[in-house]
Design a protein around this ligand. Sequence first.
Ligand SMILES: [Cu+2]
Length: 182
Amino acid sequence: MKLRETLLGLLVLALVLGGVWWVRGRSPAKKKPAAPATAGKAGAGAARAATAPRIVTATETPDVTLADQTADAGGVRLSLSVATRPILAFTKVRFRVHADSGGVPLDLSYAHLIFEMAMPMGNHNYRLIPAAGGWQEAEVVLPCCQNGNRRWYATVEGTVGGLRRSARFQFDLTPPSSPPAP
Ligand SMILES: [Cu+2]
């Protein structure tokens, strides 16, 4: 067992070193010269646009424990709605997602809802299906964390106009036997 681990370690090391050598070999010898100081705002903006991230992600983490929320993903407003509260563990809960820009509904393609905790809790990836009023929904059943942690994260993912958008929400999951909140 010890020998196997050592061999495996050496193999991993060899792969890493090989990867570094390969990347170095491919990199251009000379670094690109820095942008001239005379470049104005327009030039900087163009450079930023050229290297724009392919995934536009909202920066805040709105909490849907008590109320539905929206998040801004690069000008696209993603809404997350929960049909029943409190959000119960081991119970079918309907989550709905909607995309719009300034109140104008947008077509959110390849829409998914991914549920995670800080610790690994298995795969909870739901494909959203079209629902009434331009919403998309999923019937979700989440397990309760054994260590008492209730905080879950729900990431809405989809494509609007060919660009991937995502927004992360959070909420507290209520264990099934928990007394109702005051
Ligand atoms: Cu857990």
